[in-house]
Design a protein around this ligand. Structure first.
Ligand SMILES: Nc1ncnc2c1ncn2[C@@H]1O[C@H](COP(=O)(O)OP(=O)(O)O)[C@@H](O)[C@H]1O
Ligand SMILES: [Mg+2]
Length: 276
């Protein structure tokens, strides 16, 4: 194809298309919350949240501190089971299956719905052993070297650690450790990646790398990221859910719409920095 032809064609296509850029209708729902509520003892942290999260997209969860973002994320792979005072009500479906149903094995669920935390938490082991950890537990040890390499490549870390996989993970920089934790999470081939403020402990360059990586990961995974950085949410997410104080989901929609034309005055006030 000649370079001379393409601009004309692109212009013609652009003008004939509606102004929306993201295909809405093709989205399959990965996770659906229906009236999802969480209390810690007497304190309600999430109030009857209804939310459908699309497959293979980046969904951002934003809102002020204490509004229930981490609580919501922890429901999705039943990490709240580990909090004794937590009670969960309502319904949560993953691929149409009740996450809190009798048949669900939380450990197996957490392999399908992996999690990355704010502070990188590699095991005090070698880079290789960190990535191989889940695969070994699952007995998936054929071509372990190849699987470890693939996970490190997908986490955009391979080029920096090739030839030193025996080195302790704790000797890596913070940003590298976080990408290692992402490699560890994706090595077992999950469907969903939960990220709770994954870049907030990192410097701007490491943050940029994580943001680029998150956008790439959405080609293969459903990514749900909690962030208190609104520019970050605007940059990397397809959809944004805004929680406000009291654990209420106030608005949810296309990221562009949420940031440019929110329906709720409270969301507009929050986004423009009037509070939070
Ligand atoms: N393990 C816990 N035990 C008791 N209360 C908790 C626990 N975790 C969170 N909370 C409370 O639940 C509310 C929501 O917290 P959290 O989900 O961590 O909010 P966010 O991640 O948006 O900052 C807060 O009031 C917090 O104090
Ligand atoms: Mg939190």
């Amino acid at each position: 194809m000649s370079h001379h032809d393409s601009p004309t064609i692109e212009t013609a296509v652009e003008t004939s298309e509606p102004p929306t850029t993201r295909p809405e209708t093709a989205d399959r729902t990965a996770i659906e919350a229906r009236g999802l509520s969480v209390s810690y003892g007497d304190e309600q942290a999430l109030q009857a949240v209804d939310l459908e999260i699309p497959d293979q997209r980046v969904t951002a969860i934003i809102g002020p501190s204490g509004c229930g973002k981490s609580t919501f994320l922890r429901c999705l792979n039943r990490m709240n089971d580990l909090v004794e005072t937590a009670t969960v009500g309502g319904e949560l479906l993953f691929d149409g299956t009740d996450v809190y149903g009798e048949a669900i094995d939380p450990v197996a669920l957490r392999r399908q719905i992996g999690m990355v935390f704010q502070h990188p938490n590699p095991f005090p082991k070698s880079i290789y052993d960190n990535v191989a950890y889940g695969l070994r537990i699952q007995g998936q040890t054929d071509d372990l070297d190849g699987r470890v390499r693939e996970a490190l490549e997908r986490a955009a870390l391979w080029d920096e650690v090739e030839g030193q996989l025996d080195k302790s993970a704790l000797d890596l920089s913070g940003g590298q450790q976080q990408r290692l934790c992402i490699a560890r999470a994706i090595a077992v081939d999950p469907d969903v990646l939960l990220m709770d403020e994954p870049a907030s402990a990192l410097d701007p360059i490491a943050t940029g790398k994580i943001e680029d990586l998150i956008e790439e990961l959405a080609a293969d995974y459903t990514v749900i990221i909690v962030t208190h950085n609104m520019q970050q949410a605007a940059r990397i997410s397809d959809r944004t859910a805004v929680f406000l104080t009291g654990g209420e989901l106030v608005e949810y929609g296309d990221t562009e719409q949420i940031f440019e034309d929110p329906a709720s005055q409270r969301v507009e006030d929050y986004i423009t920095g009037k509070f939070g």
